[in-house]
Write a protein that binds this ligand. Structure first.
Ligand code: GRF
Length: 204
């Protein structure tokens, strides 16, 4: 896979993917990192690793369609054929999703289909659930829906705050996202229709 990563800020999941891909045995290449915000911290990390870091500022485009056309042009110019959303804070349009049909994945900090949307950690704590986690899924027009590729669970413990739970989940995210990309690149996570099948033995 020739991967492009879309970010808006910190970019710690992007960094985890970049680091995983530095292993020559990793079956995917990170071709570029693209941010809609010029001040995204993650851009510096990508540049320091010699990965093309592109800014497509949504504020510099008259419409969402023009912004997304510029994003697509930049990705294509870098040879991207698979896109990972990693803290990209723009809702992508159905046309964008169609352009990357089954080649566009996202990471969300909850065990989907529970806790779609924002403030997932706060809501999980308020509900008293004892397991929280993260999900990598193919992107569909409905937000935080779409075929699930991989999930990781973490405990919720006494005294957890949204921040402490977020940090525990983020650590799991940094392992999960590279795993999900690897499974897809190796053909061990295959999407058929609206379901992803994981090859037996592909994950311990
Ligand atoms: C992560 O929690 C991710 O699940 C969510 O946004 C956050 C992005 O963090 N979609 P980072 O920019 O990857 O550090």
């Amino acid at each position: 896979l020739k991967v492009g990563i879309l970010i808006s800020g910190r970019g710690s999941n992007m960094a985890a993917l970049v680091e995983a891909a530095q292993d020559p045995a990793f079956p995917a290449e990170i071709c570029c990192v693209l941010s809609n915000r010029p001040d995204a911290k993650g851009l510096d990390f990508a540049r320091a690793r010699g990965i093309p870091a592109v800014v497509v500022d949504h504020k510099a485009h008259a419409s969402k369609a023009e912004f997304e056309a510029a994003v697509i042009d930049a990705l294509v110019a870098h040879g991207v054929d698979f896109v990972c959303l990693a803290g990209f804070m723009r809702i992508v349009s159905p046309a964008f999703i169609e352009r990357w049909h089954n080649r566009l994945i996202n990471i969300h900090p909850s065990l989907l289909p529970s806790y779609k949307g924002l403030h997932t950690h706060e809501r999980a704590i308020a509900d008293g659930v004892k397991l929280a986690g993260c999900t990598v899924h193919f992107v569909r027009a409905e937000m935080d829906a779409g075929p699930i590729v991989a999930q990781a669970a973490v405990p919720v413990v006494a005294g957890d705050t949204p921040d402490s739970l977020a940090a525990r989940i983020l650590t799991a995210e940094h392992r999960l996202y590279p795993l999900a990309v690897r499974l897809i690149a190796e053909g061990k996570a295959k999407i058929t229709g609206e379901r992803v099948e994981i090859a037996p033995g592909a994950v311990d």
